[in-house]
Design a protein around this ligand. Structure first.
Ligand code: GDP
Ligand code: PGA
Ligand code: MN
Ligand code: MN
Length: 612
């Protein structure tokens, strides 16, 4: 395919990496851009690209005093979230993609997408972005190279991943890397004017787990276009982890220090828009406790020499849900974005060149909304899309843990699974043991949110909050979790494993409101978790696990009645019996690949519930 083409910039690279050069040349020959640019990640490059994006109308520069070096972007109204229906796992055998993924044979998908890619960068620039997920000084740095025809993607990747010249140099001439191909799918004919948010109505987000490749087409939205994030770090990463004995999970990572100065590390897997970013940056409301942030979306977990499970955040930025974020709910996110150097997508613009979204205090009298229209509080519409996002450097987070850059990661003491459920699931419960915890994760359910295209508020199973991200057969994924529970190299040192808890900040009372105040008050739940680890907190053994006794949860100074607390913690056997057929139906989807251990857990749950 690499017929010689004279494309400016194609050969100006400083790299001797033959496989990389050949791939870039092939993709340039296929997509025929006007020019190829190898991204160096410099400040000068950022300035050039953001200036150009302001010129083309994709970005609006914000008020320097309020949000220095920051920009406002509005997408096409059809390009606002991940497109799960258009996301494919293209393993050789359909069986390997499992029942939770869309599948197409790799050759067939490559055929379709090669037709789409042919000439698709006409009139545009092809950018080549060398990046590394996780620290560059890791024992085995996890390299990737993204090709894209979107300057917005380059600017966003500079925030979200370690990228540029330093990475390219570290790759040398033969390092392994994940090729990640992206096009917005909007070629420009000579003289054709560009639109502010070019994209295509045809979208494919394709993953080839066996060859560790990513091909994305048609969308500029972060989850579909910043390929280091969901595509590499979760979908391809999970397949790598299965093969190599580690885990790629949709988890926040935080460091917690108790008033006695004891340090703990907690990860939490909650579905998209269910509270990861908020918990990761939490400001405790109880005296003497401290939280520091390590990651808000993705954790890579490996066994350390000591047999404990260590987590690393592969990302370099925060890509957070904007609505609901303010100084009351997530002050540390506000302090992070206040430093600038950020991109805001599909939020509203104020008259003085700042940003606003629902939940950020009183609405201003006038805004430009995410669709570019005039907005007033009387408009009766949301000013910001529910999945609007801030994209900001994690290094600006004022409570970033100093261990963030440690390539060995941090040792995990507790794993939280959580979902958004109006009923049934108590505020917190502790699993009986690892396998029961895996059962809790495998049956996790949550109401759908605006983070993916589709209906919002529908309860669906979202195993380990990974439903959209498992890069292989879900039954094999559960088996991998069970195997990890046997300890490093199957040592059986299960006392070194994290304890597993299941949380729900979103249970509702009879008045329809949330029973639990959430946000900073979730520190009370973290305290109970730590006290369980230390063996000092009481719990009631219920059919679904260990639930705090009303006295064991610190609610000092909280405006919460005993009835509300009891309702938040309640385990109602009748509600749980309704879950049983749903869990059975869910497990049946995985056929013979569902580990027998999980059927046994379901039987045991049934038995405990019928004894109630
Ligand atoms: P993520 O997408 O999992 O990182 O979730 P975020 O932390 O961005 O939160 C998603 C939405 O849930 C935001 O609108 C938050 O304001 C809201 N949220 C987060 N934590 C809580 C909580 O503890 N209680 C309630 N009621 N809402 C929360
Ligand atoms: P979230 O990340 O989990 O913070 O919502 C984006 C996503 O999962 O699409
Ligand atoms: Mn996510
Ligand atoms: Mn988040």
């Amino acid at each position: 395919m690499s017929a010689p083409v004279a494309i400016p910039g194609l050969d100006t690279t400083v790299t001797d990496h033959a496989r990389l050069r050949a791939w870039v040349a092939d993709m340039a020959a296929l997509t025929t851009p006007d020019e190829v640019v190898w991204c160096d990640g410099s400040d000068e490059e950022w300035r050039r690209l953001t200036d150009q994006l302001v010129e083309s109308g994709t970005l609006v520069r914000l008020n320097e005093e309020r949000k220095p070096n920051s920009f406002w972007a509005r997408t096409d109204p059809s390009d606002v979230a991940r497109v799960e229906e258009r996301t494919y796992i293209c393993s050789e055998s359909e069986e390997d993609a499992g029942p939770t993924n869309n599948w197409m044979a790799p050759a067939q998908m490559k055929n379709i997408m090669t037709q789409l890619y042919r000439g698709c960068m006409r009139g545009r620039t092809m950018y080549v972005i060398p990046f590394c997920m996780g620290p560059l000084n890791a024992e085995k740095p996890m390299f990737g190279v993204e090709i894209t025809d979107s300057a917005y993607v380059v600017a966003s990747m500079r925030i979200m991943a370690r990228m540029g010249s330093e990475v390219l140099t570290a790759m040398g001439d033969d390092a392994d890397f994940v090729p990640a191909m992206h096009s917005i799918g909007a070629p420009l004919e000579p003289g054709q004017a560009d639109v502010e948010w070019p994209c295509s109505q045809t979208k494919y987000i394709s993953h080839f787990p066996e060859t560790r490749e990513i091909w994305s087409y048609g969308s500029g939205y972060g989850g579909n276009s910043l390929l280091g994030k969901k595509c590499y770090s979760l979908r391809i990463g999970s397949a790598m982890g299965r093969d190599e004995g580690w885990m790629a999970e949709h988890m926040l990572i935080l460091r917690l220090t108790s008033p006695q100065g004891k340090v703990y590390h907690v990860t939490g897997a909650f579905p998209s828009a269910c509270g990861k970013t908020n918990l990761a940056m939490l400001e405790p409301t109880i005296p003497g406790w401290k939280v520091e942030t390590l990651g808000d979306d993705i954790a890579w977990m490996r066994f350390g020499e000591d047999g404990r499970l260590y987590a690393v955040n592969p990302e370099y930025g925060l890509f957070g849900v904007a609505p609901g974020t303010d100084y009351k709910t997530n002050p540390n996110a506000m302090r992070t974005i206040a430093q600038g150097n950020s991109l805001f997508t599909n939020v509203a613009l104020t008259d003085d060149g700042d940003i606003w979204w629902e939940g950020m205090g009183e609405p201003p009298a006038h805004l430009i909304d995410w669709k570019g229209q005039d907005w007033t509080p009387e408009s009766g519409e949301l000013s910001s899309h529910p999945n609007s996002r801030f994209c900001t450097p994690i290094k600006q987070c004022p409570i970033l843990a100093d261990s963030y850059d440690d390539p060995r990661g941090v040792p995990i003491d507790a794993i939280l699974f959580g979902g958004r459920r109006a009923t049934t699931i108590p505020l917190v419960s502790q699993s009986r043991d690892w396998n029961h915890g895996v059962f809790q994760g495998a049956t996790l359910s949550s109401e759908t949110t605006a983070a993916a295209v589709g209906k919002v508020g529908v309860v669906r199973r979202d195993p380990m909050a990974m439903l959209p991200f498992i890069g292989y057969h879900g039954g094999d994924y559960f088996r991998h979790w069970i195997e990890m529970g046997k300890g490093k190299d199957g040592s059986g040192e299960t006392d070194k494993l994290p304890a597993i808890f299941y949380v729900n900040w979103f249970r509702r009372g009879e008045d329809g409101g949330f029973l639990w105040p959430g946000f900073g008050e979730n520190s009370r739940v973290l305290k109970w978790v730590v006290e369980r680890l230390e063996g000092t907190a009481d719990a009631e053994e219920t059919p679904i696990g260990y639930v705090p006794t009303p006295d064991s949860l610190d609610v000092d100074g909280l405006d919460l009645t005993a009835e509300q607390l009891a309702a938040a913690l309640a385990v109602n056997p009748a509600e749980w019996r309704q879950e049983l057929p749903l869990i059975t139906e869910w497990f049946e989807k995985f056929g013979a690949k569902l580990p027998g251990v999980l059927w046994a857990e379901l039987d045991a749950l049934k038995a405990r519930l019928s004894a109630e």
